[in-house]
Design a protein around this ligand. Structure first.
Ligand SMILES: [Zn+2]
Length: 65
């Protein structure tokens, strides 16, 4: 489930594909479109989440210098 950060509407990944079908950029588009309000939500791949964790760890170390 994806939750729209704008209106809070929850939807499945499949639902957002309907609105993107006509868009030629759909394969390279890195966003979900909220079927309720049309707000674009950035996809966050797992690797980015891991990267953020890693960066925050490193960031703390640097702050303590
Ligand atoms: Zn929305």
């Amino acid at each position: 489930m994806i939750k729209c950060s704008y209106c809070g509407y929850e939807f499945n990944e499949k639902d957002t594909l309907k609105g993107c079908k006509t868009c030629p950029m759909t394969k390279v588009c890195n966003k979900y479109k909220c079927p309720n309000c049309g707000f674009h939500i950035l996809k966050e791949p797992k690797i980015i989440k891991q990267l953020k964790k890693w960066v925050s760890k490193i960031g703390f170390k640097n702050k303590n210098r």
